[in-house]
Design a protein around this ligand. Structure first.
Ligand code: IVH
Length: 681
């Protein structure tokens, strides 16, 4: 390709991709499939590699271009970043309306907006290109987090249509509730303390030093304010509409209200509807719409006079703390859980609440018998947020965090800089053993789906499986006839599990099949602390076999891409235990893959997180070969089409019902040649 054509094509691709990003992330209305999008992006990446001189600063390939920052630069805000005065009642809103009416003789119109619960950000665009993103800081100056903000896909790197040469728009970076729950479950799985709420998760994420890490966090951003009359419109609402035309993400839920009665109905409507949003809001913001009037009213030292926040009462109830249980998880982390007098809260009966860790207990100074306030945050499990001190019993005493494991008696440890207490008896403490067994068989690890929590419990209780190597020594006669009845829970039904012929055959088959699982998944399945899926892949592709990992020195480990001190330490400690070496020997004898296969040597993670369904017959490949190719490139195979399917590889004679379902769910059907294109990097 000659230089001119390359430049033209790069420009054209940047435009196209930006348009598709806007359709997908901002309008939630994509016009092409993910596959087609990926193809455009790949083409752009390869052209930029061949013609770096034409790579543009606003290219969609450089969302994660910035280098890690040790300390963020401080930037003085051009317009101070003020906050809003808060109000909590209808009376206060009416007082605000009266104050406003005294400040002008002209009729007033309000705009009501959701009050997003995240962290405020100011975005500067110069000639339509995002050049700076600054946090609120103290309102006068904030941190330059531009490289991190560029990773948020709903923030355009370049604007559409017409825009001023330079202007700043402000908004809120937040985390979706789905994303927050996912992130917390991954963190707990890896032994990291979970974030207390989506706001903390969002602000923690935006302050991370490495944009690559930030890119993995489910952050979003709504824009809601243009300071200093920088746009053409004479109303706030008009400004937002202009910003929307430029491709900026504006909430659909803002409404113009002609009077304070309309404002009150907006507030009451959202007090109920907010529970159906996929993000948290903590109130409503009411703004005078006319910018001339806003200017007349001006600001106090801290807040604009022309706006006010109405804060929702958090759904909070009071109940009695009856006792605290201490639960031990797979990693040995001990979580205190409060047992409460059952109470209704936001549509459910709450009996338990998480207390997270010892610091939270001592900061709250919560005591048995206290009347505690319970709130629902982003988490499914509610939390204790305060105590009614007036009702505290005279003889109550502070809760003492346990010093020994409630399950096996081992003294607990607490590492510097970590919030959780741990039981270190990882190989003999029952919930840790069961947790490890469950992790081992889980879908992303050995994928033995004929076993599950209940069956594992039976095997453990019958002393048949005490560690992961025991699975591979199970015999038909050990299993047949085993029975267990689980007591009735809330549903009122007992559950009976019994191992009949078919069940036993399936279990043994599942275990046998797991011997084909690739080395990286086996390493992940071992349940070494901090060795998640990605770390396992890094280690296996670097060291090739288990003995090399076992013999690696600390410095060698930390030299591997993405392996830090904490992980290296954890790996060394694990392999230093003679019991673990024995475990590895037994797994090796059983025939598990403890080294990279010849053909997995050239494995990639191109298809990571992508789920495929293969349907029909093919010319070039057998179905098994396709499956293998998918796995070798980090993708997943499933048998049936669901909303989680990313692609269907469709051959001849694909069933009509499958085809219909695919079309209905909008899942792309690709040929085997399209698939080949996908895995060519
Ligand atoms: S307007 C000069 N609109 O709430 C006023 N703020 O204390 C600029 N917030 O710091 C703010 N949703 O972080 C505005 N729709 C919205 C908002 C909003 C959330 C945050 C913002 C601000 C705080 C108010």
């Amino acid at each position: 390709m000659n230089k001119d054509t390359a430049k033209q094509r790069i420009d054209n691709l940047v435009d196209q991709i930006q348009e598709h990003n806007y359709n997908y992330y901002t309008k939630s209305a994509p016009t092409i499939t993910d596959y087609e999008f990926d193809m455009l992006l790949k083409e752009l990446e390869s052209l930029e590699a061949d013609f770096p001189e034409f790579a543009r600063p606003d290219s969609p390939t450089v969302r994660v271009g910035g280098a890690p920052t040790k300390e963020f630069t401080t930037i003085v805000h051009k317009y101070p970043m003020l906050s809003l005065a808060n109000s909590y009642s209808e009376d206060e809103i009416r007082e605000f309306d009266n104050r406003i009416k005294k400040l002008t003789n002209d009729p007033i119109e309000y705009v009501c907006e959701l009050k997003f619960d995240g962290l405020s950000i100011g975005l500067t665009y110069k000639n339509g290109i995002l050049t700076q993103a600054v946090t609120r800081g103290d309102g006068i100056q904030g941190d330059d987090v531009t490289n991190n903000v560029k990773t948020i896909k709903s923030i355009p790197l370049r604007l559409h249509g017409t825009f001023p040469d330079e202007f700043e728009i402000r908004g809120e970076v937040y985390m979706t509730l789905d994303g927050f729950r996912n992130l917390n479950s991954q963190r707990t799985e890896l032994g990291f303390a979970p974030f207390a709420n989506p706001r903390n998760a969002a602000s923690g994420s935006l302050k991370m030093q490495d944009p690559k890490e930030v890119a993995l966090r489910p952050l979003e951003c709504f824009l809601y304010y243009v300071p200093g009359g920088q746009l053409m419109s004479d109303t706030h609402y008009g400004n937002l509409q202009q910003a929307k035309q430029m491709g900026l993400k504006i909430s659909e839920h803002s409404e113009i209200c002609a009077n304070i009665e309309d404002v009150m109905s907006y507030i009451n409507k959202w007090d109920k509807k907010r529970h159906y949003l996929n993000f948290e809001i903590d109130g409503i913001v009411i703004k005078v719409n006319n910018l001339q009037q806003q200017k007349q009213m001006g600001f106090t030292a801290k807040n604009p006079r022309w706006a006010i926040a109405y804060k929702f009462k958090a759904e909070r109830v009071s109940t009695v703390l009856k006792s605290i249980d201490f639960q031990v998880g797979r990693t040995g982390a001990v979580t205190p859980v409060a047992n409460l007098e059952p109470v209704h809260l936001a549509g459910t009966v709450v009996k338990r609440a998480s207390l997270h860790n010892a610091d939270i207990i001592s900061n709250l100074d919560v005591r048995i018998g206290d009347h505690v306030y319970v709130e629902k945050g982003g988490e499914i499990i509610p939390k204790i947020v305060g105590i009614d001190m007036e009702q505290r019993l005279a003889d109550s005493t502070p809760v003492k965090f346990i010093q020994n494991c409630p399950e096996c008696g081992t003294p607990l440890i607490k590492n510097e800089g970590e919030a959780a207490h741990y039981c270190t008896n990882e190989d003999h403490c029952p919930p840790q053993i069961k947790g490890k067994l469950e992790h081992f068989i889980s879908r992303k690890a050995m994928n033995i789906d004929s076993l599950g929590e209940g069956k594992i419990e039976m095997l453990f209780d019958n002393n048949l499986v005490n560690n992961i190597a025991d699975f591979y020594e199970l015999k038909y006669n050990d299993l047949i006839g085993l029975e267990k009845t689980t007591p009735a829970k809330d549903s009122g039904k007992e559950k009976k599990i019994s191992f009949r012929e078919k069940t036993v055959e399936n279990i043994l088959k599942g275990i046998e099949n797991s011997k084909q699982i690739p080395f990286n998944k086996v390493l992940y399945a071992l349940g070494i602390r901090y060795v998640g899926e990605t770390v396992a892949k890094k280690l296996t592709s670097h060291y090739k076999n288990i003995n090399n990992i076992r013999n690696a020195k600390f410095n060698e480990l930390t030299d591997v891409d993405e392996i830090g001190v904490k992980i290296a330490d954890s790996v060394l400690t694990w392999f230093n235990k003679p019991e673990h070496i024995l475990l590895i020997k037994r797994l090796e004898n059983a025939g598990l893959k403890l080294s990279l296969d010849e053909n997995t040597e050239n494995s990639t993670s191109i298809l990571e997180d992508k789920t495929f369904v293969i349907s029909g017959v093919f010319e070039k490949y057998s179905r098994n070969e396709l499956k293998e190719l998918i796995e070798r490139n980090g993708g997943k195979n499933t048998g049936s089409i669901s909303k989680n399917t990313d692609y269907i590889i469709a051959g001849d004679n694909m069933g009509p019902s499958k085809r219909e379902k695919a079309v209905k769910l909008g899942i792309p059907l690709i040929s085997e040649t399209d698939f080949e294109q996908l895995i060519i990097s």
